[in-house]
Design a protein around this ligand. Structure first.
Ligand code: FAD
Length: 575
């Protein structure tokens, strides 16, 4: 077969240009190596979760706080499942990353020479610097600074609107990747000494989500196909209060989170019941409790619950909005006849962030030589639950460290040629998807996948029967994916083609996620099993999933990697 793809070479290939990918690129470039960064959207304006983040970057920069305390808070909230060595290294390096950003011009609010810090729930001290942006729009500050810093460095090349299809290997060593340029449909092979996967999470697969629909789990799926071990895949973070009404604010979240945290908003169901009071002493988390009200028909008219601030003096609320620079929200609420001092907004939990991902060591190396993982695509940093505002900190720091490690490796490693057959196959399969005349439409399969996730991949609904049925259904959808047919067959700007390819990844990674959720027979973090509603100390174990030689999902149950257990690699159970 003739491979219709050009080849470029680089020292380091970085797949993904969100915060983790750009930090990796900049750090590596500082070490004088050639870097190529790819993103599936326009550079700096794609659907990267980093640009959507609301809070600043947690870092222990002022005494009496310390990186050790930050690590302790992270491990406590992670409920025993984090990779302890990794957490310690990340929290120790977070102040360096914070300093880089400050030096590059990320702006913060100050008072008497000190950067103001928010004290988010779960933190021993206030350690979230307040970005000089309206509340909830911190990600825009990262977007203003990080892409500009990457562009400044002549040894960073950028390939945007470029969709990576697959990681390439030679004798089980990663030696680059293959993808295509969306505007032209031209394939390209990128040969690299080291590849850093920083392609973000899979939260875009849900129907109602706070994340961008472009976050379809491509990186996780391609890593899994390449033989990378995935860890903690059953855990996801859900945003507690995504505004579902008024509709203009659909999906807009962080201003309301700031408001709720700062002013202690109260949730009500449609009966006027302050239902969280009933939860006191219960292990059920707030998002799960809210979802239960919605599912048991006690929610608000637009599919949420009410969030009210009426218990507070009106001028206190006015002052908060003025200080947070968020007055535009007050105006928007008025357009819908909502005066936040008297009326509630309607909110519902929405998927936010994948906690699981590629198992990495504290140098961010995966089990496959030549491949590092950074950012949300990496697992083990957060364990079972997220410490408020921690993802940006942990993930950008993984990027920083992965960049340094990749540069060191690139100096030692040769540039390998990939296995031609693998490259040919990937290009051929992607082209064939475009040519097919099958009956199935990608958009219909996508809708069925979303329904499936609502049913058994959400906060509620996980039990033995639903998860087993969910896995069966996702396998059926994967079969049907083989006969998708596209209405538009040209290679240029073919978004239906892109969607078909993304869907393949979404389906594959959903099966892995459901398998992990089925395997964990307890409730922990936001993994709530209706048939095992309590946490079980015997389950302080990581679930590790890997593709076996036949392409099946192998599930391994392993001791957690901690200082006490050492490398934590002993396999305790395999199903
Ligand atoms: C709405 C929202 C608000 C949030 N708020 C906060 C917050 O306040 N604080 C906090 O700590 N965390 C927050 N998070 C979580 C945090 O923003 C993310 O976990 C973090 O930014 C992930 O960074 P990343 O670089 O790993 O991935 P991303 O920033 O998502 O970047 C992924 C990159 O990979 C690229 N990519 C994906 N697939 C491919 C492919 N096949 N080929 C090429 N490129 C590809 C994408 O184009 C993108 O450039 C929030 C998340 C969301 C969705």
């Amino acid at each position: 077969m003739f491979l219709k793809a050009n080849t470029v070479t680089t020292d380091i290939l970085i797949i993904g240009a969100g915060g983790a990918g750009l930090f990796a690129a900049i750090q590596a470039a500082e070490q004088d190596v050639e870097v190529l960064v790819t993103t599936k959207g326009p550079f700096g304006k794609d659907g990267a979760a980093t640009w959507m983040a609301g809070w600043g970057f947690n870092a222990a920069v002022y005494e009496p706080d310390s990186p050790e305390l930050h690590a302790q808070d992270t491990l406590r909230v992670g409920q025993g499942l984090n990779n302890e060595d990794l957490v310690i290294k990340l929290t120790a390096n977070a102040p360096n990353v914070f300093e880089c950003m400050r030096h590059w011009g990320v702006r913060y609010f100050r008072h008497e020479g000190m950067i103001l810090q928010n004290h988010l729930p779960g933190h021993t001290y206030a350690r979230t610097p307040r970005l000089a942006r309206p509340a909830g729009m911190g990600g825009l500050e990262y977007r203003r600074v990080l892409p500009k810093q990457a562009k400044k460095r002549s040894n960073i090349k950028i390939l945007d609107d470029f969709y990576i299809l697959e990681i390439l290997q030679k004798n089980s060593i990663v030696c680059g990747a293959v993808g295509f340029h969306l505007p032209t449909g031209e394939f390209q092979i990128i040969k690299a000494k080291v590849t850093v996967l920083a392609a973000g999470g899979m939260m875009g697969n849900y129907r109602f989500t706070s994340a961008s629909p472009t976050l379809t789990g491509d990186g996780l799926a391609m890593a899994f196909r390449a033989g990378v071990e995935l860890i903690d895949m059953e855990f996801a973070d859900f945003y507690t209060n995504c505004v579902v009404w008024p509709p203009l604010m659909y999906g807009d979240l962080d201003w309301i989170a700031n408001l709720r945290y700062d002013l202690r908003g109260i949730f009500y169901n449609k009966k006027g019941d302050e239902f969280l009071r009933r939860q006191k002493g219960s292990l059920i988390s707030i998002p799960v409790a809210i979802q239960r009200e919605i599912q048991e028909n006690r929610g608000s008219p637009h599919g949420g619950v009410y969030l009210s601030f009426r218990h507070l003096p009106g001028n206190l609320i006015d002052d908060w909005f003025a200080e947070a620079g968020s007055l535009k929200w007050v105006e928007r609420l008025y357009e819908f006849n909502i005066d936040i001092k008297r009326n509630a907004v309607e909110v519902a939990p929405a998927p936010l962030e994948s906690l699981g991902g590629c198992r990495v060591n504290s140098d961010l190396e995966t089990n496959i030589p030549g491949l590092l993982a950074a950012g949300e695509v990496a697992g083990g940093c957060e364990g079972a639950y997220t410490l408020a505002g921690n993802p940006i900190c942990l993930y950008l720091t993984t990027g920083y460290l992965a960049g340094l490690k990749a540069a060191n490796l690139a100096r030692e490693l040769p540039l390998l040629d990939f296995e031609r057959e693998q490259g040919d196959e990937v290009v051929h399969e992607a082209m064939m998807v475009r040519e097919r005349h099958g009956e199935e439409r990608p958009i219909s399969l996508r809708r069925e996948l979303q329904e499936l996730l609502d049913h058994c991949g959400h906060l509620l609904g996980r039990n033995e029967d639903s998860l087993t049925a969910g896995i069966k259904k996702v396998r059926e959808l994967r079969e049907r994916w083989n006969v998708v047919g596209l209405s538009y067959k040209m290679p240029r700007n073919n978004l239906e083609w892109l969607e078909a390819l993304q869907l393949k990844n979404s389906l594959e990674i959903t099966e892995v996620f459901l398998k992990a959720a089925l395997s964990r027979k307890e409730s922990r973090g936001l993994h709530y099993r209706e048939d095992y509603p309590e946490p079980d100390p015997a389950w302080i174990k990581n679930i590790v999933l890997v593709r076996d030689a036949q392409g099946n999902i192998e599930v391994k149950i392993e001791p957690v990697h901690s200082k006490a257990t050492g490398c934590g690699r002993g396999v305790e159970g395999v199903s």
